[in-house]
Ligand binder design. Sequence first.
Ligand code: ASP
Length: 424
Amino acid sequence: MSDSKNKKSMGLSTKIFIALIVGALLGVGIHYFMPEGYVRDTIIIEGVFYVVGQGFIRLMQMLVVPLVFCSLVCGSMAIGDTKTLGKVGVKTVLFYLFTTAMAVAVAIGTAYVINPGTGLDMDSVQKVEMSTTTSETSLVDTILNIIPKNPIESMAKGDMLPIIVFALFVGIMLAKLGSRATTVANFFSEFNDVMMEMTMAIMKVAPIGVFCLIARTFANLGFSAFLPMLKYMGSVTTSLIIQCFVIYQILLFIFTRLNPMKFIKKFAPVMGFAFSTATSNATIPMSIDTLHKKMGVSKQISSFTIPLGATVNMDGTSIMQGVAVVFIAQVYGINLSPADLATVVVTATLASIGTAGVPSVGLVTLSMVLASVGLPVEGIALIMGIDRVLDMMRTAVNITGDAVCTTIIAHQEKMLKRDVFNQE
Ligand code: ASP
């Protein structure tokens, strides 16, 4: 009896954390102490760890499109009136832009204190061949692409913004039709329940997935690649910490008077999940679920703001880009004027909108930021080799920014249950 009680008291969050730490330690152990060869590389790292880890990410990704679509239809149907929806939308976008611009400013400030690119021995840096995968879409196209030509195609491709637009329309029309469309309305709300239940079921295996993902990453990376890059990594990490644990928490407290420590504690498993997967998109279901159950944020708000944030609000990514610009400029001995830095703030904010919530895309959009101030795009090769770990950290910050904003907006719209938030 007491045994089963103990088991129960060890929540999913604790299990995810244990998995993160044990997985990382095991990965480092494998990297240094297990001889290279078929068993280590093919069977363990690229076999078990890869298959289980990727299998888990795919399970989470499987949820994203149907879950986002159904919960957003239900959310907008419940809010119903377009004025409130419009108000929430505009507020969310402005808030997202504001936090991103602030993040870039923090990054540039920190980088000029640490000076990551001065005195770097270029020969010691592991350079990685760059592939030219940047597919350019013009700004006009980016804006137009928000409206889906074919909603089914957008769903098949998993393009979040057009899915969001279509779901909002469906929800609003259902609210308008009222009793004339109860069958369809009920279908969506029931299907939404099915997706939430499925999320919960899949989350039960999260610790195993997280364990394998993190063990593989650390088994592949030694510490030696990091050494010459420590100042760069330190600058990015410091800025990410300031953004996540100082700026967000101050904003949360100012706007809602909620306890930031409680927020961090309750949201930490989602950060751990984002950290191990480096994928904002796959984190959407867990974010919505945690915000709802542990913090009392209504799904009517989160079903809109979280997928939107996972697509357009990448504060962690823009921090990496801000630091990378200063780093590359210093390595190449190029001076950046104040006007250049202002340009970086603007372009990194826009690049954050254009960055998809999947691993490593931040590096691709970095080329746009570098080009905007005339820095050599080849500089990306310098930081590519060690980007994976930073990608994990920045993804955790990316989704925390979305959650903080969502909580603030939910508070302002009176869609936050404070008693749920304050519960232990
Ligand atoms: N991995 C990041 C995310 O999914 C995007 C990036 O910065 O590469 O949020």
